[in-house]
Design a binder for this molecule. Structure first.
Ligand code: ASP
Length: 415
């Protein structure tokens, strides 16, 4: 049986068992949730060493800094373009379908006060260069790790022969981490089951039904964006059919959905784009960790829809100028969102305060946030995989697409 089928079975079983526990979620939280946490910790254990070692080797194989800069530029353009499209889709859907109209909420005093201030772009940029790289590694600061690995890889290439033992060591470490990822993924069906049960038990129909309309609009946005942006880009740049793409990437999409963490899914995403689609190691290990940190299309759609939803629920009319502000703030907010559960919700506060919307409106979303988080993480993960494939194709660093399609059809051999 294919891995993705097993994960799906784990997920469906988790949903059914979770439904059985909705009256008594505490049992699911006490006994089943820890197993899911253990599984997530196992994956997380591999992230820093995997990204660090594979990117050192990747940077050395990309070789010159000029090429590295070009790849970085293309990656950023793809990230910004797709995230921009994502927010526009979210805003348009919310304008047409009006999920919040008719809720008739009133604003309490002082509720528009800002509670959440995102770091400025300047601060974020300054922080990319770690004054103490070991601290960056210890804290798992992805941008600092990426920067340090890149300069180490480039430095090691520049010293020629003397750099070889260093590169060999990290090449070996990267291979070990890939192997561990493969082994841990064998446990994914059980891990996913244990992660889903408590979520469903805590978010039964009583919690979800009253806000079903906004949930449906957000998910519609996820589906439209995936079909429009990802099908178009992988077909036109990499000549991979949408079906092969979505099928090949599905284990990562499903894992993202059930863990709500694109960082936690990163090792599997790296593995899939390398093995199933033939993205070169250098590009996979550069684009994916970067994307996991700054490219969040699902989060962007969610922020666009939810901001409009809250405005509509309070009867506040947002003009085109304010919607443009939402677009820009949501773009920055999705960049600042970490790839961990619930991070996008914190950033939603920033989007709300940018146009003076009542922050208490976020309380409406809080109850259903996990369900929205699952979908947006699945989109975030899929978008990053698409980015790595498109950038690799544009650099001639994608294995023959026919091979990729064939491999995608036969993914169990590879994943
Ligand atoms: N959970 C999302 C992710 O890991 C981030 C978010 O909360 O929007 O990709």
């Amino acid at each position: 049986m294919k891995l993705v089928t097993k994960i799906m079975i784990g997920m469906i079983a988790g949903i059914l068992v979770g439904l059985a526990f909705t009256k008594n979620p505490i049992i699911a939280i006490t006994y089943i949730k820890p197993v899911g946490t253990l599984f997530l910790n196992l994956i997380k254990m591999t992230i820093v060493p995997l990204v660090f070692s594979s990117l050192i080797v990747g940077a050395s194989s990309i070789g010159d800094t000029k090429k590295l800069g070009r790849i970085g530029g293309k990656t950023m353009i793809f990230f910004f373009a797709t995230t921009g499209i994502a927010i526009v889709i979210g805003l348009v859907l919310a304008n047409i379908l009006k999920p919040g109209v008719g809720l008739g909420l009133t604003i309490a005093n002082n509720s528009t006060q800002a509670v959440n201030k995102a770091p400025s772009l300047g601060e974020t940029l300054l922080n990319i260069v770690p004054s103490n790289p070991l601290l960056g590694l210890g804290k798992g600061n992805m941008l600092q790790i990426i920067f340090f690995a890149l300069v180490l890889g480039v430095g090691a290439t520049k010293i020629g022969e003397k750099g070889q033992p260093f590169l060999k060591f990290f090449d070996s470490l990267a291979e070990i981490m890939y192997k561990l990822t493969e082994m841990i993924m064998g446990l994914a069906p059980y891990g996913v089951f244990a992660l889903i049960v408590p979520v469903i038990a805590q978010n039964g129909p009583d919690v979800l039904l009253p806000l079903m309309k906004v949930i449906l609009v957000v998910y519609l946005g996820f589906i439209i964006h995936s079909i429009v942006a990802y099908s178009f880009s992988v077909t036109s740049f990499a000549k991979i059919s949408p079906l092969s793409f979505f099928k090949g990437v599905s284990p990562a999409t499903v894992l993202g959905f059930s863990t709500s963490s694109s960082a936690g899914t990163l090792p599997l995403t790296i593995r899939i784009v390398r093995k199933t689609f033939g993205v070169s190691d250098g590009i996979a290990s550069f684009v994916l960790p970067l994307g996991t940190t700054i490219n969040m299309d699902g989060t962007a759609i969610y922020q666009g829809v939810c901001a409009m939803f809250i405005a509509q629920a309070y009867g506040i009319n947002l003009g085109i100028g304010q919607q443009l502000t939402i677009l820009l703030t949501a773009l920055l907010a999705s960049i600042g969102t970490a790839g961990v559960p619930g991070a996008g919700f914190m950033m939603l506060m920033m989007v709300l305060s940018s146009v003076g919307l009542p922050l208490e409106g976020a309380a409406l979303i809080a109850g259903i946030d996990r369900i929205l988080d699952m979908g947006r993480t699945a989109v975030n993960v899929t978008g990053n995989a698409a980015a790595s494939i498109v950038v690799a194709a544009s650099e001639g660093e994608l294995a023959n697409p026919n091979i990729a399609s064939q491999a995608a059809a036969d993914q169990d051999v590879n994943v």
